[in-house]
Design a protein. Structure first.
Length: 251
């Protein structure tokens, strides 16, 4: 909650509901990361999906960056709140093309140009040259392999790696690198107009201690400012109410 987490423990000790917390707006750690040698390579508006226990749980589109440890960039940071260790992130390097469309287009290009190298075909897509070579190698395709000998097994492997490259998440960046905390004081336990606790009168919450986190782009700063304002207004109203009550009692 911007400190050592004392706010969560204090609230919980008073019976305030607190949702699970963790780092958010944080990079993903991949071990081993096959693209570590390509660190610094970025992909604007990349499509990627998140899978858990064999089931897809989310689709995303956003800017992605290769680092020496895994994945970062605004798209990954925004998605990180919903990602856990063990999840699989599948990256598409094929731009707007879906798997089936890419597979059909690749097959047509290879059939029309049997004397071309497979790498030359892949270069026609929005895939950087260094990544092109890496994907061919990971797919088991020898350097200089001609399209005339493009086997079905190679084709399936290459299509998968170009459109749904799987990366298993080993972990997420910790609080030292995360920009915000996900989770916190449950919103159904506070009055939305004042942010006063529904359980403990006179107890107010604001900022990152609340279960509020947004995407990159200043939204979390705005949430801090706005919730701080609401809580301050609520505290003022509470103090005025208490003072008025005492005044009436004294008179």
């Amino acid at each position: 909650c911007g400190t050592t987490g004392d706010g969560y423990r204090f609230a919980a000790s008073l019976g305030q509901p607190v949702t699970e917390t963790g780092p958010a707006l944080t990079p993903l750690l991949i071990r081993p990361f096959p693209f570590a040698v390509l660190m610094g390579m970025s992909f604007p508006r990349m499509r990627f999906s998140v899978w858990r226990e064999g089931k897809k749980i989310a689709d995303h589109t956003g800017d992605v960056l290769f680092t020496h440890l895994g994945l970062s960039g605004p798209g990954i940071l925004d998605a990180s709140r919903g990602i856990r260790p063990g999840d699989v992130v599948r990256l598409s390097f094929a731009g707007a093309m879906r798997r089936e469309e890419f597979a059909a287009d690749l097959s047509n290009r290879a059939a029309e140009n049997p004397g071309w190298e497979i790498g030359t075909i892949i270069a026609k897509y929005p895939i950087p040259e260094r990544l092109n070579r890496k994907l061919l190698k990971i797919s088991g395709i020898p350097d200089g392999q001609k399209c005339a000998h493009f086997s079905a097994a190679w084709r399936v492997a290459l299509v998968t790696n170009c459109t749904e490259f799987p990366l298993t998440v080993a972990g997420l960046g910790d609080y030292k690198v995360a920009m915000v905390t996900r989770g916190g004081i449950a919103l159904d336990g506070v009055h939305p107009k004042t942010l006063e606790s529904k359980l403990v009168p006179g107890l107010f919450f604001a900022g990152e201690v609340l279960d509020i986190d947004g995407d990159t782009g200043g939204y979390n700063l705005q949430a801090a400012f706005s919730t701080g304002y609401l809580a301050a207004q609520g505290i003022r109203e509470r103090l005025n109410y208490t003072k008025d009550t005492k005044d009436r009692t004294w008179t």
